[in-house]
Ligand binder design. Structure first.
Ligand SMILES: NC(=O)c1ccc[n+]([C@@H]2O[C@H](COP(=O)([O-])OP(=O)(O)OC[C@H]3O[C@@H](n4cnc5c(N)ncnc54)[C@H](OP(=O)(O)O)[C@@H]3O)[C@@H](O)[C@H]2O)c1
Length: 245
């Protein structure tokens, strides 16, 4: 690991096995954190990430925990705490996108998106807070779609991410007495499995004619974890290359 500043610190990433979450796990491990992370469908990706972090000299723990299930979410926080000790930072990245215009959205897709992207985010933070150190950090992953300039077929996704941006403000106030900050990173189009089907379309629409690399989103998360970001709370930071300006 190339940075010893955070040695002995612990992070828990909900939804860390792939894409932006995996980039966050790697970045925090590089920054010196012991990192526990959850996954739900890809034990292969989760195991490979643990090995990758170990090869870099770091410590990672993969925990199977579905963000739609309250007891699994709680188990993840307890397992992270049991392995690495009191938690310094919780990052809630797990999220899903199911496209559908208003007439096409099924009840099941609606419920699933609300369950992972909203209910799961709140429950992950609620489960972690008792195990989080005073002065700790909570970071959620929202989306730039809340700024507007979305695409048809994204209304439910858009509402879930707007809920996250609103939620961090209330949570920031709840946790301010413990000097725990709560902030939200809002990525624009980023090269992951979610965007693999329409990358060319996104690149064409982008002012910089490119999408983000997941490491660029992880960099924003790392900012909120810095000691000198201790007075930043309730904020949403959009990282989208000007996509929604
Ligand atoms: N990519 C973009 O352009 C973009 C833009 C704006 C916002 N975002 C947001 O960024 C976050 C990550 O997106 P991504 O593109 O990196 O997605 P991704 O490549 O599909 O990865 C999603 C991650 O979340 C985990 N996950 C999904 N559902 C889960 C559940 N029910 N319980 C636990 N973990 C779950 C997955 O675990 P498994 O590997 O086990 O399936 C995986 O680690 C999401 O919140 C997304 O809305 C993405």
């Amino acid at each position: 690991m190339n940075n010893l500043t955070n040695q002995g610190r612990t992070a828990l990433v909900y939804g860390g096995s792939r894409g932006i979450g995996a980039a966050i796990v790697k970045r925090l491990a590089e920054d010196g954190y012991d990192v526990a992370f959850t996954y739900v469908s890809r034990p292969d990706a989760a195991g490979a990430l643990v090995d990758e972090v170990a090869a870099l000299g770091g410590n990672a723990l993969a925990i199977l925990a579905d963000s739609t299930d309250a007891s699994s979410i709680e188990h993840a926080a307890t397992a992270a705490h049991a392995r690495f000790g009191a938690i310094d930072a919780v990052v809630v990245n797990a999220g899903i996108y199911k496209a559908g215009q208003v007439g096409e959205v099924s009840i099941s897709d609606l419920d699933q998106m609300l369950a992972v992207n909203v209910r799961g985010v709140f429950l992950s933070i609620q489960a972690s807070v008792p195990l989080l150190k005073d002065g700790g950090r909570v970071v959620t992953i929202g989306s730039n779609v809340v700024n507007g300039v979305g695409s048809p077929g994204s209304s439910v996704y858009q509402l879930t991410k707007a809920a996250v941006a609103a939620m961090v403000k209330g949570l920031a106030l709840d946790l301010a007495p413990r000097r725990i900050t709560v902030n939200n990173v809002q990525p624009g189009p980023t090269k992951t499995d979610i965007t693999s089907g329409f990358l060319e379309y996104l690149i064409e629409r982008s002012p910089q004619k490119r999408v983000a690399d997941p490491s660029e989103i992880a960099g924003a998360v790392a900012y909120f974890l810095r000691d000198d970001a201790a007075y930043v709370t309730g904020a949403s930071l959009t990282i989208d290359g000007g996509f929604t300006l």
